[in-house]
Design a protein around this ligand. Structure first.
Ligand SMILES: Nc1nc2c(ncn2[C@@H]2O[C@@H]3COP(=O)(O)O[C@H]4[C@@H](O)[C@H](n5cnc6c(=O)[nH]c(N)nc65)O[C@@H]4COP(=O)(O)O[C@H]3[C@H]2O)c(=O)[nH]1
Length: 738
């Protein structure tokens, strides 16, 4: 049984072990004295003699062996039983030394606490009852000292060997990581806690001192915000989370665009404080370029560099979606080289390749940047043309045919090549991509049947329209040269005075074979081909010449209004063209009027306002034609120097019967009055309409009631319609003029 007065002295430097022993021994009734080394233990033992000493061996200042030797040399303490309790000095030699020093027991950790308690109790009991004699040192002190030193040396050697092997292990591990790092194309970077990159092992030097969040601005944003890498990366930084394989584009030195793959994870100090990010990066620029090259090779024809058949399908489907969305036409041109096989067989394949490259280059020359060209077979090319009128496509077809008028030089031989072209048009022929291609292919065969070196549309109507279009376009060039064009003049009168205030010049074409052609047949074609500007100049010149001629015949026409197309107005030289015509015939500026449609104004208001102001400043009278059909912004109307609003014929037709037409006409007249502009109604055909317009306060009218378009001679014998505007025997319409 433990004597409750028993004092145990523990010598142990390792705090946890010491506290464990203290608690255990106190719990079973020992009075415990604790020391963290031999020296402290001696001091304690001298003040209060313990009943037993339990000591570790490896301790700072004074180890367990030295403690035991001191105790055994001390007359007052040498009978105190001594137990070594060790975890490090565990060799047989250690036990021999311990017991030789006079220790009672040598216990190697770990040992069950119960077992330790039993041994301690047994040792105290035998020493107190004198059952066992006090253990004395077994060897002379010098020998013990030598043994002690040997043990220490041996332990030191062991420790050194251990440290050495640890160092080797660390070196090996470091070398391993260095090898990994050097073998890898990744580079390493580190940021400070402000997320500024402060270290980088290699990689783009521009990254040094760059903020991590700043890099996000350089990330290509995905179209889908759900997997937008930009946002994900920034969110990781905000939450100080790791991020992996973020792809970003970075402008390196010489403005070279680099693509970088970037991964990082936060790191912390021993207190868990965030210190920054560490990570790896990799230059992906070459890989990305390679991917692009692979993509390019997969989608392009090697010989000509044009998109290949599979890529063409993609382009076609995309173009069809666009055409559907923009409600416009899409023309597909199928181009096949005539007799290519024969040429190829005769010249050999290398020459054939050269020929195809030149053919591709010539076709490419005819198209605009946004048109698509592809090579879909050995001698088959396709072209996609997105345009409202198929005329654009057949002009391109003609251009292509023209490109092959000159021979191709291959190996110093002049080779004459022709092509046959088939055209199909979305949505006129079909709405399906596959059919569009087949129809163009079929049309191309028809072109071959017609003798090659020509083009054919898939449908007869388009074929006719296209050829008609072309014949008008070609004819117009000659019409200008051969004086086939002439002007008619339609009088305009003031409603109050019934006097002639001017005439509108309307163009006509006397075609040598087709007879008289009206402007709606050829003006849109002239617009498309660009001839409209020449036509406009011709009209201005003819109108001025006519004014001068009437003047010389003593017939006074105050003003001649000329229709000018949008294309001509956009061309800022219109102002000079007017001046040139006036100057050529000595006509005052106010006697020429320019009519532009409301649509022209709306589509180009910013670009043409300068031109209009210029013309107005020089005295030209400006009228806005077809007014009411384009919903002009009142803001523009106020700012632009327009003198007259011409109410469109479509509103005048119903002005005597339809409430809505009356309302519109009334509103336009009110608007004109408010803005200080004259209002002229066009297309007035009967007395009723004229009466209503007069009652509503319209300034002037033009139309069959006043006169049909007349020749310059007829104008001279024109007389104003009778006053008032009532058909004989008919009562005037009652209208609310409020
Ligand atoms: N039903 C009906 N029609 C009437 C009446 N009074 C006049 N018209 C017709 O209405 C058109 C008025 O010309 P616009 O609105 O400028 O419309 C013109 C104008 O936009 C364009 N145009 C005519 N001449 C030229 C020109 O020299 N240059 C340009 N760029 N366009 C021109 O062609 C369009 C058609 O000209 P035209 O066939 O000469 O047709 C003329 C004229 O003959 C009427 O009471 N009833």
């Amino acid at each position: 049984m433990i004597n409750h007065e028993s004092i145990v002295l523990i010598a142990e430097d390792e705090e946890n072990s010491r506290v464990l022993l203290e608690n255990t021994l106190s719990a079973v009734g020992y009075r415990v004295l604790s020391a963290s080394n031999g020296q402290e233990a001696i001091a304690l033992a001298k003040t209060c003699t313990p009943d037993i000493i339990v000591s570790d061996i490896l301790m700072p200042v004074m180890d367990g062996y030295a403690l035991c030797r001191c105790i055994k040399k001390d007359e007052a303490l040498k009978q105190v039983p001594f137990i070594f309790y060790t975890a490090t000095y565990t060799d047989r030699e250690d036990e021999v030394l311990a017991l030789s020093l006079g220790a009672d027991r040598f216990i190697v950790k770990p040992v069950e606490m119960q077992e330790l308690l039993r041994i301690m109790e047994e040792t105290i009991e035998s020493s107190s009852k004198g059952k066992a004699s006090v253990r004395e040192p077994q060897l002379p002190d010098e020998q013990l000292e030598q043994m002690h030193n040997e043990r220490l040396q041996s332990k030191l050697n062991n420790k050194l060997a251990e440290l050495d092997s640890e160092r080797k292990r660390l070196l090996e591990s470091e070398q391993r990581f260095r090898d990994y790092a050097e073998a890898s194309s990744d580079w390493f970077w580190e940021s400070d806690r402000d997320m500024v990159i402060t270290k980088i092992t290699s990689g783009p030097p521009e990254l040094l001192f760059f903020g991590l969040s700043g890099l996000a601005k350089r990330i290509e944003c995905a179209t889908d915000p759900v997997d937008d890498p930009h946002q994900g990366y920034l969110e990781s930084l905000r939450q100080k989370k790791a991020f992996q394989d973020v792809i970003l584009e970075f402008e390196g030195s010489n403005q070279r665009l680099l693509t970088i793959r970037f991964s990082g994870k936060p790191y912390y100090d021993s207190h868990g404080e965030f210190q920054g990010y560490r990570g790896v990066g990799r230059d992906m620029t070459e890989t990305v370029a390679l991917i692009h090259q692979i993509e390019y090779l997969a989608t392009h024809d090697e010989l000509t560099g044009l998109p290949n058949r599979s890529h063409f399908w993609e382009c076609l489907n995309l173009a069809l979606s666009r055409a559907r969305l923009n409600v416009c036409r899409l023309s597909l041109l199928f181009i096949d080289v005539d007799h290519f096989k024969r040429i190829n067989d005769t010249l050999g394949h290398d020459a054939g390749d050269q020929l195809l490259q030149e053919i591709a280059a010539r076709i490419r020359r005819t198209i605009r940047e946004h048109d698509t060209i592809a090579r879909i077979g050995s001698d088959e090319f396709v072209l996609l043309i997105e345009e409202e009128y198929p005329s654009g496509a057949h002009r391109v077809a003609l251009d292509i045919l023209k490109q092959f008028e000159a021979p191709i030089l291959v190996r110093e031989q002049r080779i004459f090549v022709t092509v046959s072209i088939g055209l199909s048009v979305y949505p006129d022929d079909t709405q399906q991509a596959k059919m569009l291609l087949s129809y163009a292919d079929l049309a191309m065969y028809r072109a071959k049947e017609q003798g090659r070196n020509s083009f054919q549309y898939f449908t007869d109507e388009l074929n006719l329209a296209a050829h008609e279009w072309l014949s008008i376009e070609n004819g117009l060039h000659q019409a200008l040269e051969r004086n086939e064009l002439f002007l008619l003049y339609q009088p305009q009168i003031d409603l109050k005075s019934r006097r002639l205030i001017g005439v509108e010049a309307l163009i006509r074409w006397r075609h040598p074979e087709r007879g008289l052609i009206m402007p709606d047949k050829f003006i849109p074609i002239a617009e498309q081909s660009g001839l409209i500007v020449n036509l406009g100049r011709w009209c201005l010149d003819t109108a001025c010449r006519q004014i001068r001629a009437w003047d010389s015949e003593n017939f006074y026409v105050p003003r001649v209004a000329v229709n000018i197309s949008a294309r001509h107005v956009r061309n800022s030289r219109i102002s000079e063209d007017v001046c040139a015509a006036l100057a050529a015939h000595g006509v005052e500026p106010g006697r020429i009027g320019i009519e532009i449609t409301e649509h022209t104004l709306l589509e180009n208001v910013d670009t043409i306002s300068h031109t209009l102001n210029d013309m107005h400043r020089r005295g030209t009278y400006l009228a806005l034609d077809d007014f009411g059909t384009g919903y002009s912004s009142l803001g523009y109307l106020k700012l632009l120097p327009v003198d007259e609003l011409k109410i469109d014929r479509s509103f005048i037709r119903g002005v005597a019967e339809r409430d809505d037409d009356i309302a519109i006409v009334k509103a336009v007249i009110a608007l004109g009055k408010t803005l200080g502009k004259k209002v002229l109604a066009e297309g007035v055909e009967n007395f009723e309409q004229a009466g209503v317009l007069e009652a509503l306060g319209c300034d002037a009218i033009q139309g069959y009631l006043v006169a049909k378009p007349l020749s310059s001679v007829e104008v001279k014998s024109w007389t104003a319609p009778p006053l008032p505007f009532e058909e004989p025997g008919q009562a005037g319409t009652v209208i609310d003029t409020a």
